[in-house]
Design a protein around this ligand. Structure first.
Ligand code: SAH
Length: 263
């Protein structure tokens, strides 16, 4: 098991000082764009958001230390309109380097974490992928052009409904959303080539292992509330090989996984 990185702000994958510095730089950048008539604050058009997205890819994903290199992932991150997946009040921050609130005490993950997890999932055009924790639907939208089918489960009904409507409206036709507890997986659609969890349990839900194909990948944050490691599991010959890849801070998985735990 390798722990390649120094301890970082667990939400964002950034050192705190770096994060504040980066935020300040981003705000200055927004002011500059504003002066050039490119402000996303007022009535940003499609092109203005596209420019912010390209900048997000260059400055947040490709930069040394982050090193996202998967061409398909970079393309998806440059194309998927993150601002469409956040509440209107958050749109102006949609391409900043951090998570954002989406209501119901939940968050849309930081763009870097979405790109990192997608890269670790090693997506293939023929893959059928299961996501636990639809949230805003953004992670599912990023996966959509990279794989054949995405099945995504959300436990908070209004969030799942909103994500489903947004994904449909934006044309992500190969994504199916179901309201329910992802702990049990999606048995009717199993087995999956890859499974990604964007909420954190303290142990791997056994049904997810059962529903993973041999040779499949499982990318999942594991650990106590807000202090977890992101793990990549590979299923080979019925056995799981695991690697810890990044300290992270996700919302805890709720539902059945908490049964039997002290309140
Ligand atoms: N992938 C999301 C991030 C969502 S945050 C995005 O791109 O926006 C994690 C989500 O997991 C939350 O919406 C939370 O409600 C959901 N969640 C938590 N426990 C769950 C469970 N047992 N089954 C399904 N979803 C769950």
């Amino acid at each position: 098991m390798s722990m390649p990185m120094s301890r970082v702000d667990l939400v964002t994958g950034l050192r705190l000082s770096e994060r504040h510095g980066a935020t300040a730089v981003f705000r200055i950048l927004l002011c500059c764009l504003s002066c050039l008539g490119l402000s996303p604050h007022a009535s940003a058009g499609t092109d203005e958001y596209a420019a912010l997205r390209r900048r997000m890819v260059e400055t947040q994903l490709k930069r040394p230390g982050r090193d996202i290199t998967h061409a398909g992932v970079l393309k998806a991150m440059a194309e998927v309109p993150r601002h469409e997946f956040v509440p209107p009040a958050q749109r102006k921050y949609a391409y900043e380097d951090g998570p954002l609130p989406i209501g119901y005490d939940q968050t849309i993950s930081q763009p870097y974490v979405v790109a990192f997890m997608t890269e670790k999932l090693d997506p293939k055009p023929t893959d059928r992928v299961l996501e636990i924790g639809t949230g805003s639907g953004y992670q599912a939208a990023v996966l959509s052009p990279l794989v054949a089918e995405v099945y995504s489960i959300e436990i908070v009904e209004p969030l799942g409904q909103r994500a489903q409507a947004d994904l449909q409206r934006l044309g992500y036709g190969n994504v199916q959303v179901r309201i329910g507890d992802g702990y049990r997986g999606w048995p009717e659609a199993a087995p999956f080539d890859a499974i990604i969890a964007t909420s954190a349990p303290e142990h791997v839900p056994p049904p997810l292992v059962d529903q993973l194909k041999d040779g499949g990948r499982l990318v999942i944050p594991l650990g106590p509330a807000y202090e977890q490691y992101l793990y990549v599991f590979k299923k080979q010959g019925g056995k799981l090989d695991r690697q810890a890849v990044l300290p992270v801070r996700f919302v805890p998985m709720t539902g059945e996984v908490l049964r039997g735990k002290a309140p």
